[in-house]
Design a protein around this ligand. Structure first.
Ligand code: GDP
Ligand code: ZN
Length: 341
């Protein structure tokens, strides 16, 4: 999608508006903290951020009870999936006092190219692809790189297999074998025909996952199929309770009936490959990784340099030519596409 270039004045105004919003949120936070009796705070305990309303958060305690919490000023912005230390201030409210270090963080750039956190402590990204809109392997590779450089396990999920006839199915099966060879799990599913849902449920069990992929591949349909009605209702209800707030959480963590959790938000669904440099891109191709640093020239670009370890592996058949060419195309795209944000 083509983006307009902003004039300096427009950028300045946007920054100003954002600053004002931030200050308003801080003031609201202060007011909420003012209403809390410090003497009556409960003991410090750990919790999980399951919804984020900006000035306040829903924290799930170890026992599963949910508390609408405000934040101490010195804490960096929190996201759903964060593990925190908090103290109860009443039956259903509290104060977050510290952030427990994250083991992964999904982020996306804002319009000023600053990375903004989207969700924390994700274990796996389900990259959803479909025959309509038809995926292409370059796009799959881009998602895989994005997951790899974020340090999150990718799982390929081919949805809408009900749309495939035998010939198409065979061609796609053959095409996706490459990814199985690389060690990536590949799940075939149909939300419509409820096919592959058991395999998907098993893959999600015990982990915190997100769904990413092009618009129209069936992410909302999959999430709806996985969540029991009650989870969605609870999500809606908690927006109306708490400290009398009527704000909606753009991002939410859902527990799955068979174990595991999903974090979903419009931002998370749009997770994809942002700008990164050539070295990072190469690191995102898992099969290149052990060979990087083994080319004759330190600044080898793996084009046609003598003594290139990657090209030698392609000659040997250890690396597929398709992936090397995909690497070149993604690299060219990163070089020419200066309007990534
Ligand atoms: P999202 O944009 O990725 O969230 O995709 P949606 O969940 O909104 O689905 C896009 C369209 O694909 C909708 O019309 C769905 O009904 C349809 N769809 C979703 N899953 C399947 C499936 O397994 N088979 C078929 N044939 N259509 C599906
Ligand atoms: Zn090389």
């Amino acid at each position: 999608m083509a983006k307009r270039r902003l004039t300096r004045q427009q950028s300045w105004r946007i920054r100003k508006i954002q600053q004002e919003r931030l200050e308003r949120a801080r003031r609201k936070q202060d007011q909420m903290l003012d209403g809390i009796d410090e003497q009556k705070l409960g003991a410090e305990q750990s919790g999980l951020v399951i919804a984020n309303y900006g000035a306040s958060l829903d924290i799930e305690a170890a026992a599963g009870d949910i508390h609408r919490c405000s934040l101490r000023q010195n804490i960096e912005p929190l996201v759903v999936g964060d593990r925190v230390i908090w103290q109860a201030a009443g039956d259903d409210s509290g104060v977050v006092t510290a952030l427990i270090p994250r083991h992964t963080l999904l982020a996306r750039p804002d319009r000023f190219a600053n990375m903004r956190p989207l969700a924390a402590n994700i274990d796996q990204i389900l990259i959803v692809a479909a025959p309509r809109p038809m995926y292409n392997t370059d796009l799959i590779d881009q998602y895989l790189v994005a997951a790899e450089v974020t340090g999150v396990q990718p799982v390929l999920l081919l949805n809408k297999i009900d749309l495939l006839d035998t010939t198409e199915r065979k061609r796609i099966d053959e095409e996706l074998v490459l990814y199985r060879t690389l060690g990536y799990p590949v799940i075939h599913a149909s939300t419509l025909a409820r096919h592959g849902m058991d395999e998907l449920t098993a893959a999600l069990s015990g982990k915190i996952s997100v769904f990413a992929g092009q618009s129209g591949v069936g992410k909302s349909s999959l999430i709806k199929a996985l969540l029991p009605e009650s989870e969605i209702v609870i999500g809606d209800l908690s927006e109306r309770t708490g400290l009398g707030q009527h704000t909606t959480s753009a991002s939410r963590l859902y527990h799955l009936p068979n174990g595991g959790s999903l974090i979903d938000s419009p931002g998370v669904r749009e997770f994809r490959l942002w700008k990164l440099d050539e070295q990072e891109l190469a690191q995102g191709f898992v099969e290149f990784r052990p060979l990087l640093g083994h080319c004759r020239f330190r600044d080898c670009r793996h084009n046609n340099e003598p003594g290139c370890a990657i090209l030698a592996a392609v000659e040997d058949g250890a690396i597929s030519r398709q992936r090397l060419e995909s690497f070149y195309r993604i690299r060219d795209g990163l070089e020419t596409d200066s309007q990534q944000y």
